[in-house]
Ligand binder design. Structure first.
Ligand code: PAF
Length: 284
């Protein structure tokens, strides 16, 4: 397994792979890898000849008051996990390599896609994500890219700019991987105390209850959101940032679940912000 830290070396490797007629899969990550990330790697390994995993804690997607410095960095452990899965190359650049002096070009997806849900409390987040993912797709010359449904809004944003900018990679979204308790895997779960981890289960429990009610015939958005809100209210240590039900992937408002829809919530528990969601598909 190769580890590249410069754009030049990463590009040379990708160029050689393409010249040899190989299909390249990219799994963009910020490291602190868990089974959710590894499921993306496995999907790439199945679909592509060459799998590149980027490990880069991207400063431009964190606001100054957010957890960029505290974000878990476990590179040695990540390398061992990726080696076991037979990954071909890791791209692990420094912030200076990705954003050298003079850097001043950003990719910004306009409108509700980046302003709703997480965009409301993290107004500069998706600009950072869109910029770094565009750069990673360009540097690795990927044919396929792999993202997790836990960041369903991120996937909608990525699909939008890939289409709008005529980028090459196909965007694949893989299901959320959960602990047996229901808690969606997240690198930020590492911030939770054992008590907070138990309280946090109200989030997945609320979404599951809403999903069951939806399957029992409830299509009203307000009623489904209330089920999540009521479940979160059972845990005094949780405060909800948002609970939304929107059309997916357009993120347009909808009074009733008619087509594919995203029921998503973000909560604060102590200082930690967690997100989770369920995609509701009528007649599924
Ligand atoms: O989902 C993430 O971990 C990040 O937002 C991504 C896609 C790696 C971009 O930094």
């Amino acid at each position: 397994m190769k580890i590249f830290t410069t754009v030049k070396d990463m590009k040379n490797f990708s160029r050689e792979c393409h010249c040899a007629g190989k299909i390249i899969g990219l799994v963009p990550t910020m490291g602190a890898l868990h089974e959710g990330h590894l499921s993306l790697v496995k999907a790439s390994k199945e679909k592509c000849d060459v799998t590149i995993v980027s490990v880069f804690v991207n400063p431009t997607q964190f606001a100054p008051n957010e957890d960029f410095d505290a974000y878990p960095r476990t590179f040695e452990k990540d390398v061992a996990k990726l080696k076991l899965l037979g990954v071909d190359a890791i791209f692990h650049p420094s912030p200076e390599e990705m954003y050298p002096a003079g850097f001043s070009t950003y990719v910004n997806v306009e409108g509700g896609l980046t302003k709703k849900l997480c965009g409301a409390s993290r107004p500069t987040h998706f600009r950072g994500v869109a910029t770094v993912v565009t750069k990673l797709m360009n540097i690795t010359q990927a044919d396929e890219s792999f993202f997790g449904q836990k960041d369903a809004q991120q996937v909608a944003v990525v699909k939008r700019f890939v289409t709008d900018l005529n980028l090459s990679p196909k965007v694949n979204m893989l299901p959320i991987v959960r602990e047996e308790s229901g808690l969606a895997l997240s690198s930020r779960n590492a911030y939770l105390t054992s008590e907070e981890k138990i309280s946090a289960l109200a989030l997945s429990r609320g979404l599951k209850k809403a999903e069951a009610t939806f399957f029992a015939g409830e299509k009203n958005s307000a009623a489904l959101k209330k089920i999540v809100a009521d479940e979160l209210a059972t845990e005094p240590s949780i405060s909800a940032d948002y609970i939304e039900l929107l059309k997916y992937p357009s993120l347009e408002e909808t009074e009733f679940v008619e087509g594919e829809s995203l029921l998503a919530a973000a909560i604060f528990i102590g200082k930690t912000r967690l997100i989770d969601n369920i995609i509701l598909t009528p007649n599924s």
